[in-house]
Design a protein around this ligand. Structure first.
Ligand code: NDP
Length: 444
């Protein structure tokens, strides 16, 4: 049994109830096999065992009262996975599906993603089973305040810097930051994704979606191709999906389908993003109402059908395991040529294998959605330097980071004999930096 396989077997034994974490770990560990053969010092120093075990897991009670005075208890999590490269950095997710397995899978992915950005940030992730959907602003505020009442003692601008994720947008970050500031008496850059009026960075809202398109644009450019005239399907209708769709349209593509968790819209004329933004960002409503407002658009209940819409480019931007093997095969049959993961681990292992085998360009989440955290790191730099960069300046830096990521994953894949396999390229390029930082810092 190889070193990677024996560490994986141990992880499976120790974490039998964490399927998402094991899924992410398996993909990463197995793709690192050629690197581990070339670097026996990693095994000697138990780098993989340390790399897959979070430095710290914080699990806490979050009590809050709803508008009718009823008391609810949710669980809060923060997994401080790795500080080898810099302070822990990664978002908070509020969704009923959040448990330790989800937070650990996201944390592990985050370590490699943050390393890939080339910026000095370690990896962490957190969240809660609390569901902001259908709650009043006052309820969301009380929940966020209670959550921060515990979390504040574990985070700080040089320790751990949380941000948003599913269910945590600008409203939640505002409430979390307000409570953090009150508890510590400090106005620091401890949370990113802040509003522009209190220390946020321009482009942070758009960054993950735009970054995905910048990476894809580079992968297309080196193949003599581009977005103009292409048909695109984007799953999700949240932060990542909306801004990926916006940038793809700006570059001349036609986005014909999107979904929220109830169903998908198909608009052959190209989705009207102003309408989608109004429904999702202003009204906090359902995408089903899009078809009532836009002539010629269709609404289909259920999500899976979206992958049968023919397209040149597919961008899964909602959640984990939303694109399975069957859906991948349907996309390939219908002529998809490029797939970029905006969400974290949206493609199942069977789906990823089908894409790799077909020879299409497949850009995995670690690389493809790193633009969000990269821009968060730029927000941290502006906060600590008391600076405020223009939209153009931040956007140009984001683009440079994404182009650099493309170069790194492409080179790493080729160097280890897997040219064009960007899953392996991203895992290897991200891992090498973390592993070397761990070796340099001794047994800690
Ligand atoms: P949002 O909460 O803004 O949007 C999530 C979208 O996905 C919503 O439209 C939601 O539907 C939909 N969705 C969620 N769960 C499901 C499901 N089980 N089935 C179908 N649709 C679903 O989140 P983000 O856009 O911020 O995050 C999306 C993904 O991108 C996540 O995987 C996240 O980890 C990843 N990501 C986000 C970053 C960021 O900067 N925000 C950075 C890097 C990665 P509904 O509206 O019905 O709730």
């Amino acid at each position: 049994m190889s070193y990677a396989e024996s560490v994986l077997a141990r992880l499976k034994e120790q974490n039998p109830h964490e399927p998402e974490f094991l899924q992410a770990a398996e993909e990463i560990l197995l793709s690192l096999r050629p690197v581990l053969l070339a670097h026996p010092e990693y095994e000697k120093n138990a780098i993989l065992e340390r790399f897959t075990e979070p430095e710290r897991v914080i699990l806490f009670r979050v009590p809050w009262a709803d508008d009718r005075g009823r008391i609810h208890i949710d669980r809060g999590y923060r997994v401080q996975f790795s500080s080898a490269v810099g302070p822990y950095k990664g978002g908070l997710r509020f969704h009923p599906s959040v448990d330790l397995s989800i937070v650990k899978f996201l944390g592990l992915e985050q370590v490699l993603k943050n390393s890939l950005t080339g910026l000095p940030i370690g990896g962490g992730k957190g969240g809660s089973s609390f569901d902001p959907k259908g709650k009043s602003d006052a309820e969301v505020m009380r929940f966020c305040q209670s959550f921060m009442t515990e979390l504040y003692r574990h985070i700080g601008p040089d320790t751990d810097v949380p941000a948003g994720d599913i269910g945590v947008g600008s409203r939640e970050i505002g409430y979390l930051f307000g409570m953090y500031k009150r508890l510590t008496g400090e106005h620091t850059g401890t949370l990113t994704g802040r509003g522009l009026s209190y220390g946020g960075s321009l482009v942070r809202t758009e960054a993950t979606g735009y970054g995905l398109i910048y990476l894809m644009e580079e992968a297309m450019r080196v193949r003599g191709d581009g977005f103009a005239g292409k048909t695109v399907v984007v799953s999700g209708a949240g932060n990542v999906a909306i801004y990926a769709a916006e940038k793809a349209q700006e570059l001349g593509a036609r986005v014909v389908a999107m979904y929220d968790s109830d169903g998908y819209i198909y608009d052959k004329n190209g989705v009207d993003l102003d309408v989608v933004k109004h429904i999702k960002e202003v009204e906090r409503g359902r995408l089903s109402t899009y078809a009532e407002r836009v002539r010629g658009a269709e609404y289909h209940a259920g999500c899976r059908g979206i992958w049968s819409v023919p397209c040149d480019i597919a961008l899964p931007c909602a959640t984990q395991n939303e694109l399975d093997g069957e859906s991948a095969k349907t996309l390939i049959r219908n002529g998809v040529r490029y797939v970029g993961e905006g969400a974290n681990m949206p493609t199942t292992p069977e789906g990823a294998e089908a894409f790799l085998k077909s020879g299409i360009v497949f850009l995995p989440a670690k690389a493809a959605n790193a633009g969000g955290v990269a821009t968060s790191a730029l927000e941290m730099a502006q906060s600590s330097g008391r600076l405020y960069w223009s939209f153009e300046e931040v956007d140009a830096r984001l683009k440079a980071v994404m182009h650099n990521i493309y170069r790194r994953i492409d080179e790493a894949a080729s160097e280890y004999g897997m040219a064009g396999n960007y899953i392996a390229g991203a895992n290897i390029a991200g891992f090498l930096k973390v592993a070397d930082a761990m070796l340099a810092q001794g047994l800690v």
